[in-house]
Design a protein around this ligand. Sequence first.
Ligand SMILES: Nc1ncnc2c1ncn2[C@@H]1O[C@H](COP(=O)(O)OP(=O)(O)O)[C@@H](O)[C@H]1O
Ligand SMILES: [Mg+2]
Length: 313
Amino acid sequence: MKIDPNYPTLRESNIGGLELIKRGKVRDVYRFDEGRLFFVTTDRISTHDVVYKDCIPHKGFGLTQTTIYAFNNTEDIVENHFLKSPDPNAMVVLETEQYPVEVIVRGILTGSAWRAYQKDGEVCGIKLPKGMKKNQKLDKPIITPSTKAETGHDVNITGSRARELVGSVWDEIEKVAIELFERGDYLASKQGGMLADTKFEFGKRGKYDLILTDEALTHDSSRYLNIEDWKTSFEGETEPDWIDKQLVRNYSEDLGFTGDGEPPILPEQIITGAAIRVLEVYHLLSGEELELPEEPPTNRRIARNLRKVVVKS
Ligand SMILES: Nc1ncnc2c1ncn2[C@@H]1O[C@H](COP(=O)(O)OP(=O)(O)O)[C@@H](O)[C@H]1O
Ligand SMILES: [Mg+2]
């Protein structure tokens, strides 16, 4: 698909009539009603936990659709918070009490895990075999939890620290997270892709002590690769073409941005490259191309779609 870098984007939603609870890095969270939230996924992009001035066309749409696809295809593994999607960029979700841990599952030794391994031979307290190479596939997926920092950067912790923070449900979280990872990897493999790593968040509510929340298996929370590309680059010791935010990260790091101060303005080819990858992740998971909505994501469109469900429910 050809991406128009000037396609109208949604940087900040403003949905009159609903109380804004939080503007996250990507999502604007509103109160829908008692016990339910209205999640608007914007086109904002962040790396190093900092939000850029530029937006990525179709990102909020792609993330929302990928998450819904992922939820619909993992319901046999765990409950999730999704209730309905009144607008292509929005979801009504069950409000949960979030467990204060980000559950990162890795199938490949890369990124911060690779850096930790090089330094200490282990990642989040998990000892790995000697002599592993960058981007090598792990024998089996591992969980490297981190704490959800309100501001600043997330901090890696060990599994036993995570268990102290969330309680005995941690054992179930680990089991479910591995199954979710394997499902994502399996779905991507049908399109010649693989899941390198991903992050899940979980919450609890009432008698449900384990609910998959937030987003799942998206361009923002995951790294995907093409299997053939990974094999060739691993053998040739070059970097594969990451189907994630890596090209934005690389662009900024080459300019010296590592999270302090203002992030750079992104050139057109980085913006369109990121947009293509957002849509490619949906294709990798589902085997289908996303059809773009006729109307760009505007506050008017979202408010209009919201009105329809509020009147009905
Ligand atoms: N079901 C839920 N109930 C309450 N909070 C949730 C739920 N699902 C996700 N959240 C929280 O909503 C926010 C989503 O916005 P996001 O842009 O991802 O924020 P962040 O910058 O913290 O990543 C996150 O803080 C996430 O933990
Ligand atoms: Mg988030």
